[in-house]
Design a protein around this ligand. Structure first.
Ligand code: SF4
Length: 283
């Protein structure tokens, strides 16, 4: 097998992300972009690429890290996030479930079939709230090609059509307090993100979350990896089919504000407040 040329590989990664940023107009001049920085390879690559693009596209860059409270796992990620933000001269704001909600993910995980359910709800809530408070115009996440098609197929399998509006490299602003998300790694497979990190000697947090095995996403990931190993290019084909078959609705779900916390929500009480109530009842 021919060895990969590190320089050419890094160019491919940069050019792929740059094309997505340009083609889908992810960032406008003068905007402030906040990266959700977990310290894992995807978010570190996102920060790395955006810090290289910031002069060309003329935008300000900051980052936010969320500590969900997963013992033996998250602390190393936060350490990596601090190091990379400082290396790239990017201001990093840190938030935690404990500080915001008065519980850690470890405290509440047994109440759910999968830890990813509360983790996703509370992390999205806190990321958006913090990015909004920081004055962000865009919230950049490390979602790669694999993440996107896993999410898409999971929604497909659940007939959760409302979620289809959340796919694509850029989400529109549908509420003044909901910071639009952008996904610069949208066309980059997870495997290539890993190769980039190893090839460049980037000291990212590679450990697996102890709660990841129980999720539907983990099963979907195995299934897709299996398919890809039998027929190379399957994942990209799924993304392309999806991209061509669905017109992302311009009018997304109608958003209002949660009557309890005031955060953007399509329901009168947002999912985070609903879950906090359940958690508090069972304490
Ligand atoms: Fe949270 Fe699940 Fe990711 Fe772990 S794998 S950090 S529980 S979303």
């Amino acid at each position: 097998m021919k060895a990969l040329d590190p320089e050419r590989f890094t160019d491919y990664i940069e050019n792929t992300a740059r094309t997505v940023v340009e083609m889908y107009e992810l960032i406008k001049p003068g905007e402030m972009v906040v990266v959700g920085l977990s310290g894992g390879k995807d978010s570190i690559l996102t920060l790395n690429l955006l810090s290289k693009f910031r002069e060309d596209f003329n935008f300000e860059l900051k980052a936010v890290s969320i500590d969900e409270g997963i013992s033996g796992y998250r602390a190393d990620g936060i350490k990596a996030a601090r190091k990379f933000a400082s290396d790239m001269d990017v201001e990093l704001i840190e938030k935690s479930f404990k500080e915001e909600f008065d519980f850690t993910l470890d405290d509440i995980v047994n109440q759910y079939k999968s830890g990813c359910i509360p983790c996703g709800v509370f992390r999205r809530y806190l990321l958006n709230k913090t990015a909004f408070e920081m004055g962000a115009d865009k919230l950049a996440t490390g979602h790669n090609l694999d993440d996107e098609i896993q999410s898409f197929l999971m929604s497909f399998a659940r007939a959760d059509f409302r979620r289809f509006t959340k796919f694509g490299p850029k989400l529109d602003r549908i509420h003044p307090k909901l910071v639009p998300r952008i996904k610069p790694l949208w066309k980059i497979p997870e495997r290539d993100v890993g190769i980039w990190a190893v090839m460049n000697g980037v000291d990212v947090h590679f450990a697996e979350c102890p709660y990841s095995h129980s999720s539907l996403r983990a099963k979907m990931k195995n299934y897709l990896n299996n398919l890809e190993s039998r027929r190379q290019g399957t994942k990209l084909s799924i993304l392309q089919s999806f991209d061509k078959s669905f017109e992302f609705p311009k009018k997304r779900i109608k958003m209002g504000e949660c009557t309890r916390c005031g955060e953007p929500s399509s329901l009168s009480i947002c999912k985070a407040c609903e879950m906090i109530e359940e958690i508090n009842k069972s304490r």
